[in-house]
Design a protein around this ligand. Structure first.
Ligand code: ZN
Length: 223
């Protein structure tokens, strides 16, 4: 049986790079993607996913999870909190940390994959250079992979091709994979702006990666 892969696609730079990585590794005909509508402030992410799916021809399903917005307390789902990357005193994490997000996303992705006979799940999390989100760490992902396999009596492999790459290396990988036209459609800005604001922590991180790789960000020339 041919190996199939499911990419957790957010419409951002990293998961889009992973989509192209999965196409190379598994073949486009064996790749599909899933996106979570979790009440994120930036609905533009869902538009990006539609554009990326049209460009790549990779099937995408948007699944709803409205619980994070109901819980509140983070800047990405609560419009009363400014998205500035300010560190929350209690947790030492930026206020953009949506507690439990990756754990829940990967659990739902695994349930979706299980029903379709897909064993490979691809996610763009990385523990290098990023905001220090604990659910992006390799240790978390490895433990979750084990839990999901025990819980569903399955043989999922969670692939994290960006885990140990710097932002610069992620940009270089995207370039090598031919993902640059798709980068023009991705969304990164924490302020939900397109063209991007250029000033938020997320825009700054993206700009640094492209600058260090010596590659022009197609998002900036497209918008
Ligand atoms: Zn921004």
């Amino acid at each position: 049986m041919t190996a199939k892969a499911l990419v957790v696609l957010s419409g951002g730079q990293d998961s889009t790079t992973c989509l192209y990585w999965a196409i190379r590794e598994f073949g486009a005909e064996n790749v599909s993607s899933v996106t979570f509508d979790y009440g994120q402030r930036h609905r533009i992410e869902l538009d990006c996913v539609r554009e990326l799916s049209a460009l790549t021809g990779i099937e995408n399903r948007v699944l709803p999870i409205d619980t994070f917005a109901a819980i509140g307390g983070d800047a990405l789902t609560d419009s009363k909190i400014a998205v500035c990357g300010e560190v929350t005193e209690k947790t030492g994490l930026p206020n953009t940390f949506v507690a439990g997000r990756n754990v829940i996303f990967l659990s739902y992705a695994a349930a979706f994959a299980y029903q379709r006979g897909i064993d490979n799940i691809v996610t763009g999390v990385a523990q290098t250079d990023y905001s220090g989100y604990p659910d992006c760490r390799e240790e978390t992902i490895k433990a979750l992979e084990k839990t999901l396999n025990l819980g569903m009596d399955s043989e999922f492999k969670i692939h994290t091709p960006l885990m140990h790459l710097s932002k610069r290396e992620t940009v270089e990988l995207a370039d090598k994979l031919g993902a640059m036209p798709a980068m023009a459609m991705t969304h990164t800005c924490y302020n939900g702006q397109r063209p991007p604001c250029g000033a938020c922590p997320s825009c700054e991180l993206r700009a640094r990666g492209f600058a260090e790789a010596g590659i022009e960000d197609p998002l900036l020339t497209a918008s």
